[in-house]
Design a protein around this ligand. Structure first.
Ligand SMILES: Cc1ncc(C[n+]2csc(CCOP(=O)(O)OP(=O)(O)O)c2C)c(N)n1
Ligand SMILES: [Mg+2]
Length: 569
């Protein structure tokens, strides 16, 4: 039977298991939108800015493990997606971005709202397509989803000229995807795995550093078995958070610029670093020449391009983390490393991480801990970018994968609210907390309207410090406290919420924190709490930019509280 390009698109999306599209319409997408009501299985969520659609698709993908879908019209709609696509690319998040395009005859004519979006997004997509005939639509969609979710996941874009959406073609479900140039490494080379096992069995002070690859690969159980068998301590990257339970006795938390002192010292002292599904980002390694100075390094990663990119590796293993760990688990001896673990426990005592000092003021760390207590750790936590993000990583205890959703590689302020929206849509039965900064929230605040229109019950905690706090912190520590362009005036967020018909509260006192969180969680629907936190609180520990990771600055003993705030304009 003949169908239009738009119909074939919808059928193909349903074939791929798509349930929701985060989108925003425009002229060249009208044929698609006109067709959409024929497919009630496809829920469309109207965002308020296309950046929100891309982040929502990303948050949905991370929370569910499925491919997220976003959609935008040609020209400005498409360019508004760019930040979100880049964000998904850097964090290996599988999304499919659908963009409208001018009709075929107008392509290349600088037509109204024509933009070369496949050109613009070339370096930030895994692949992209222009669907030039309705007859190729089904194959393109099938390939796009296959590419997005297999191997190292990432964004794929499909550009949809207007007249292709109305063109008719025979619809046949495509067969198996056949992409001769696209190979996904699977098991890892047995010789390399053997060499790795030998090093692991000989090591005195082995250390696992686990990243998002473990989560993507669904290798949590294998990692646990690996760590337990070899009694190997585990630290994670920011995006690896949750791949290994932080309440596990072998967990030593997050490493890197704001990682725990003991995780960073562990890297400094280990004789064998086993890097699993991580890519040695500079926020994790610090000064490269001083990174893991006593260690041999085993690097397990699916993407061969990551091997040897930043760090010299002794045993590279290119393969799916789950399969490689399964193979390693057969070769690793049951052993213990009592002295090494005692040493790390001693370091943990010397550099405590999760203690929160007593303060008359409202400490952001305390709020995060209260959210953890109130949810029993059973929530999805989504963040913006800045100090609040780091506190959410540090002071909430993350025990499960895909429950801490944060922008790592791109560090995109504005990610929090739309990504939390996507997470909640994907996991409606989960409590979703968006922990945001006053700066980050203002970047995508318009999505509050989407929460209301589509009944998405995200709970929002704004850690309102009146500053672009993380940048202010750098000015505080490295620019003699010259706070240029970082004091930030904000609207009354509670009134803003109210204007959007969202319930909200302002919290200024420590005693109000727990009741406010409880009220937010009991409330049926979205809820916003504006926490007026200590304005000049800093995130510690901190590895100064350019320093070795073992050279972190620790929290100075603060006696005097800076509360009430003095610096907000
Ligand atoms: C889109 C974007 N612009 C600029 C930055 C640089 N930047 C990183 S953190 C930060 C401050 C964030 O402020 P806020 O959201 O209030 O969080 P806080 O650090 O105060 O908790 C800025 C400006 C960024 N990461 N993303
Ligand atoms: Mg702030």
């Amino acid at each position: 039977m003949k169908k239009t390009g738009a119909q074939i698109l919808c059928e193909s999306l349903i074939e791929e298991g798509v349930e929701v599209i985060f989108g925003f319409p425009g002229g060249v997408l009208l044929p698609f939108y006109d067709t959409l009501p024929q497919y009630p299985k496809l829920r469309h969520i109207l965002v308020r800015h296309e950046q929100g659609a891309a982040h929502a698709a990303d948050g949905y993908a991370r929370a569910t493990g499925k491919v997220g879908v976003c959609m935008a019209t040609s020209g400005p709609g498409a360019t508004n997606l760019v930040t979100g696509i880049a964000n998904a690319y850097l964090d290996s998040s599988p999304i499919v971005a659908l963009t409208g395009q001018v009709a075929r005859a107008f392509i290349g004519k600088d037509a109204f709202q024509e933009i070369d979006i496949t050109g613009i997004t070339l370096p930030i997509t895994k692949h992209s397509y222009v669907a030039m005939e309705a007859s190729s639509m089904a194959n393109i969609v099938k390939e796009a989803f296959y590419l997005a979710r297999t191997g190292r996941p990432g964004p794929v874009l499909i550009d949809l000229p207007k007249d292709v959406q109305t063109e008719e073609a025979e619809y046949r479900q495509p067969g198996k995807v056949n992409l001769p140039g696209y190979k996904v490494p699977s098991k890892g080379h047995p010789t390399q795995i053997k060499s790795a096992a030998k090093l692991i069995n000989e090591a005195q002070r082995p250390l696992i550093i686990a990243g998002r690859g473990v989560i993507i690969s669904g290798a949590g159980a294998e990692l646990k078995q690996f760590a337990e068998t070899g009694q190997i301590p585990v630290i994670t990257t920011l995006l690896g958070i949750g791949c290994f339970p932080e309440n596990h006795i072998l967990s030593y938390g997050m490493a890197g610029m704001h990682g725990s002192g003991y995780a960073n010292k562990a890297i400094d002292n280990t004789d064998l670093l086993i890097a699993v599904g991580m890519r040695f980002d500079d926020r994790v390694t610090g000064e490269l020449s001083a990174f893991a100075p006593h260690a041999r390094i085993i690097h397990i990663d699916l993407d061969p391009a990551e091997i040897g990119k930043n760090v010299r590796v002794n045993v590279p293993i290119v393969g799916d983390v789950k399969a490689v760990l399964q193979a390693l688990n057969k070769l690793v001896n049951t052993t213990d490393h009592v002295e090494w673990i005692q040493e790390l426990d001693e370091l943990r005592k010397q550099h405590p991480m999760t203690d929160i000092r007593d303060s008359a003021g409202l400490l952001p760390q305390y709020i995060i801990r209260q959210i953890y207590e109130a949810t029993g750790g059973d929530a999805i936590v989504v963040t913006g970018v800045g100090q609040h993000q780091m506190w959410a990583a540090q002071h909430y205890i993350h025990n499960e994968p895909n429950r801490f959703i944060s922008s790592g590689g791109l560090g995109t302020m504005g990610f929090g609210l739309p990504a939390s929206m996507g997470a909640k849509v994907g996991c409606p039965d989960k409590t979703v907390w968006c922990i945001d900064g006053d700066g980050s929230l203002q970047m995508t605040i318009q999505e509050l309207a989407t929460l209301v229109q589509d009944d998405i019950a995200v709970k929002i905690a704004v850690l309102n410090n009146g500053y672009l706090g993380m940048v202010r912190q750098w000015q505080d520590l490295f620019y003699d406290k010259r706070y240029v362009a970082t004091p930030l005036s904000c609207p009354d967020f509670v009134k803003v919420a109210e204007a959007y018909r969202i319930a909200g509260l302002r919290v200024t006192q420590r005693e109000e924190v727990a009741p406010a969180i409880a009220q937010a969680m009991q409330h049926d629907g979205p809820f916003l709490i504006d926490f007026m936190v200590e304005p000049e609180e800093n995130v510690y520990p901190m590895v100064p930019p350019g320093a070795a990771i073992a050279q972190f600055i620790e929290e100075p003993k603060k006696e005097v509280s800076t509360w009430p705030r003095t610096s907000t304009p």
